[in-house]
Design a protein around this ligand. Structure first.
Ligand code: SME
Length: 146
């Protein structure tokens, strides 16, 4: 699916649905084949706590301390993390044996991190600069819904 079209559809989901986070997660997972597992972590205290997710399997990492793993690194710096090859990144906390690459996009409200979009892909180097720009827009759109 084209990013622009996806962005428009996500805007509609956000305007119309009552279960915004789960519906956006479902939309991303259903419409982008290389997005194998999509989840939203919510910032709580000094941890990230797993909220809505969609994918083939549940993850054991439902609570990640800030600073730990790729997710915790993005929470610490406030910057999007793109990992083309998870096995070559020693911060990586493994969830699924099939995962090859990952993107983590912070969701900010008034400059503070309130959550993250975390996407795992079974393809190596699945996330391009276009995915990064697209998902950062979606993260902005979600900030009022966390
Ligand atoms: N791989 C993540 C943990 C979350 S799972 O991918 C769902 C990390 O390194 O923080």
């Amino acid at each position: 699916m084209y990013y622009k079209k996806a962005e428009e559809q996500i805007k509609k989901i956000i305007e119309r649905s009552s279960n915004v986070l789960q519906n956006v997660v479902d939309f991303l997972c259903n419409n982008f084949n290389r997005y194998t597992w999509v989840g939203i972590y919510i910032f709580q205290g000094s941890n990230l706590v797993l909220g809505p997710w969609k994918g083939p399997n549940a993850t054991e990492h439902t609570r990640i301390p800030i600073g730990k793993g790729v997710c915790g690194s993005a929470a610490k710096t406030g910057k999007t993390e793109v990992v083309d090859d998870v096995l070559s990144d020693n911060r990586y906390l493994a969830c699924f044996v099939s995962t090859k690459s990952e993107i983590v996009v912070p969701i900010k409200k008034e400059g503070k991190i309130v959550g993250e979009i975390d996407i795992d892909s079974d393809k190596i180097g699945a996330f391009t600069i276009k995915d990064k720009i697209f998902l950062e827009k979606i993260a902005d759109m979600l900030s009022e819904h966390i």
